[in-house]
Write a protein that binds this ligand. Structure first.
Ligand SMILES: Cc1cc2nc3c(=O)[nH]c(=O)nc-3n(C[C@H](O)[C@H](O)[C@H](O)COP(=O)(O)OP(=O)(O)OC[C@H]3O[C@@H](n4cnc5c(N)ncnc54)[C@H](O)[C@@H]3O)c2cc1C
Length: 415
């Protein structure tokens, strides 16, 4: 593992992005942009849109919107945008750069493939594959937003409704008008209030799977577990993913398993036995790894409602509000970063706000749908049972690792 993250320098990504200067070609419009939600998507959108010269107000329902302890993987299509947002330098000391994505058959513990990440992927796409703690990512984005003279964060205000007017937007919290502006970005997460109220979106559907997560110290990691790479252990009853965070001083672990009832929250405390029983049939090192933590949080995995558009008047959806995604491709937050980048670009280049929002929706919906479907398909492949799993394992064993990884150029090479 390389301890420091370096970007390959391409013409459009030299050095750190200027943080408080309007982006090149941006209209100094004096636009007032409202954002509901201070997660990774809302903060990235605030920074990207503020760089177009707009004033941004972010409303967050929680009084303290800090992240829960968990890891996150950010592929080159996301780290490139973090660089543009000017937060990459602050993050460098917190990230690890894994050399490979190792794939194991969970029950036997035999390795099926080790696809290259590290310098190989960074050279290929001009930006690295990072793994880090979500707290560090959220904190870097939030601090950057707090320092920005054109961004205001308003905590403890839930946006429950919005109305497009003749020339702008009004937003409400429990019936009270709390803001007016030129447009509203609904980045209020998986259970988006604004999506369910103002968009023609179906209900979220529980997948019958839940995830449990924890983070442990490197010293707690048992022998037989790769400490510096991303590793995934596959089995029909579920899978285990782990990767280093905080420059390899800690290991983030996620266990996906079948369950019958979904939880409401994102951080329900769960007994270690619930997690251990999910890996009862797994190889010994995996069971030891799962035993190493007694602090597990779980959350339920939901399928996607169908969408025709992400725009309603002067309101657009962004991040999980727009595209709830199963976590089998590690792309939910990365898609939110891509959304933020495209929305800011359209706002900077178009004089009509509604045209810009429409162009954003048209550009992003197909991309997000492709990634959502690919993620779902990944889950099916991970959880195959015999005889399909035998064919999968054979393919993975025989496939040249670089060739396998190159199949994801469409994903990581996005610009
Ligand atoms: C198991 C698992 C693993 C994952 N791993 C990865 C990974 O490795 N890489 C990756 O890219 N993605 C990953 N993801 C996905 C990623 O976590 C999400 O896609 C991402 O955090 C979404 O960001 P967001 O800002 O859209 O939503 P959120 O982070 O949910 O933020 C929404 C914010 O809006 C606030 N809010 C809600 N309602 C209101 C309201 N009415 N008014 C005001 N504020 C409101 C919330 O409090 C919250 O702060 C994973 C997800 C799961 C489930």
């Amino acid at each position: 593992m390389k301890p420091r993250a370096e970007f390959s320098v391409s013409d459009d990504h030299k050095g750190s992005a200027p943080s408080h200067e309007p982006m090149q070609g941006a209209r100094k419009s004096g636009r007032e942009v409202l954002i509901s939600g201070c997660g990774i998507g809302g903060l990235a959108a605030a920074l990207a849109i503020a760089a177009t010269g707009a004033k941004v107000r972010v409303f967050e329902k929680r009084k303290d919107p800090s992240e829960e302890g968990a890891g996150i993987q950010i592929g080159p299509n996301g780290t490139r945008i973090l660089q543009d947002l000017g937060v990459a330098d602050a993050l460098r000391e917190h990230v690890a750069i894994p050399e490979a994505l190792q794939v194991f058959e969970g029950r036997s513990g035999s390795r099926l493939n080790a696809m290259p990440l590290g310098p190989w992927l960074a050279d290929r796409h001009g930006a690295p594959y990072w793994v880090l703690h979500r707290i560090d990512l959220h904190k870097a984005l939030r601090e950057k937003a707090e320092q920005h003279p054109s961004i205001t964060l308003q905590l403890g205000v839930a946006i429950t409704d919005a109305k497009t007017t003749a020339d702008g937007i009004e937003i409400f919290s429990d019936g009270q008008l709390v803001g007016t502006g030129n447009l509203l970005v609904a980045a209020d997460g998986l259970r988006s209030t604004l999506r369910q109220k103002l968009f023609d979106a179906g209900e979220l559907k529980y997948t019958g799977k839940s995830a449990a997560r924890t983070v442990i110290a490197r010293s707690e990691v048992p022998d037989g577990i790769p400490k510096d790479d991303v590793a995934i252990w596959l089995a029909p009853e579920g899978h285990v993913v782990h990767y280093p965070v905080r420059q390899g001083r800690e290991l983030a672990i996620v266990v996906i398993r079948n369950t019958t009832t979904p939880d409401e929250g994102w951080a329900t405390q769960v007994e270690p036995e619930w997690v251990l029983s999910a890996v009862a049939g797994f190889a010994n090192p995996v069971r030891q790894l799962i035993s190493a933590s007694s602090d597990w949080r779980k959350w339920a995995l939901f399928g996607t409602p169908a969408f025709r558009t992400w725009r309603n008047g002067r309101i657009v959806l962004l991040g999980d509000a727009a595209h709830p995604i199963l976590p089998f491709f590690a792309q939910g937050a990365v898609l939110a970063l891509e959304d933020a980048h495209v929305l800011a670009k359209e706002l900077a280049s178009q004089s009509e706000i509604e045209s810009a929002l429409e162009a954003y929706s048209r550009a992003r919906l197909p991309r997000a749908t492709t990634v959502q479907n690919a993620s779902k398909r990944n889950g099916e492949i991970y959880h195959m049972s015999q005889p399909m799993s035998l064919a999968r394992n054979m393919t993975l064993r025989l496939a040249p690792p670089k060739q396998l990884m190159a199949r994801y150029d469409w994903l990581y090479g996005w610009r």
